[in-house]
Ligand binder design. Sequence first.
Ligand code: NAD
Ligand code: MG
Length: 394
Amino acid sequence: MKGICILGATGSIGVSTLDVVARHPDLYKVVALTANGNIDVLFQQCLVHHPEYAVVASEHRADEFRQRIAASTVADIKVLSGSEALQQVATLDTVDSVMAAIVGAAGLLPTLAAAKAGKTILLANKEALVMSGQIFLKAVKDSGAVLLPIDSEHNAIFQCMPAGYATGQQARQARRILLTASGGPFRRTPVEELINVTPEQAIAHPKWDMGRKISVDSATMMNKGLELIEACLLFNMQPDDIQVVIHPQSIIHSMVDYVDGSVLAQMGNPDMRTPIAYAMAWPERFDSGVAPLNIFEVGRMDFEQPDLQRFPCLKLAYQAIKSGGVMPTILNAANEVAVEAFLAEQIRFTDIAKIIEQSMAQFSAEQADTLEAVLQADQQARDIAKTVITHLAV
Ligand code: NAD
Ligand code: MG
């Protein structure tokens, strides 16, 4: 029986994780659930899954949540609040696995704490890895933690790696990764119309049902840019050995090209419960609740090169990983600020790439060897991106 802590339990990945957990009550016990401010969903999850701990990261909703738990049938749940509590529950002795499913940089410290504590980390929160890079991988290595990718592409690549492969290693006979992308909702939209895209249009993804931030990232293809960096780190590959492939049907979730010419692909319906269940059962497999793939319904699969004019964010991500140092941190931070401004209707869709590019231009690619340096670069990039936005607005 394994204890699981779900960071970001109320989000899209968190909810899918609980769906898988509920199918395997003999194998998993929910030890801790965390949310930012969505206390209604967290409360329902507490009633169903009865964790030992529930964390409300946002302080101003915590008291109300505490009162609701106290008056409920699950009044023995320990309620904690604030961002420090996330690290506390991610490192509990009773926790074996930590699902890192907080969105954005807010997930870094608890995920890193879990890594240092030697937990099995089910990593959905790609921003945490992108911003901290080698620091994160070193923490995993030093503690003997196990790092399993949840992002569907990286989970697919991991599944296609040789037996016994561990993340961070170089798989010598694997010469290339083919990283698939759906192309998002604007793959065919005339480029000159992208300036008028609304948040509602951007978050309506054709194949995946996800949180708002990652949905916008998919529409700009910054999601693939972050995933490119994520893949370089997880699989110890050079950016030029990773080919982004637009595959609109989203049935192949990525491929590994071996030196003998074999190309291994992992396929399945686009449902995050498959990679979640794979990582939870690893190195075994168990039921995820996902329907079997109907290959006749799929019918055909298409593949295209991404257009970097249409998707400048992808080009910026290649630049960031090639420059190295703090650049991936800067890219990620500026993107988070820009996406938030876009969702708040303060900027246009096409401004997102401009803000990131202008923010990156203000930094040189110096090394960031310490967590403090990473956090400082992250904060500076956020401040700069906000200044860029004020100049855009006038
Ligand atoms: P979401 O917006 O649906 O959920 C985010 C979760 O994080 C919520 O539980 C929220 O309460 C919590 N959260 C947000 N801000 C927080 C803060 N400041 N402090 C503490 N908690 C906070 O997002 P999602 O779609 O579930 O994505 C989560 C992560 O997984 C992202 O990094 C995303 O890139 C990655 N991912 C998601 C999918 C998907 O299908 N949704 C696929 C691959 C990777
Ligand atoms: Mg993905």
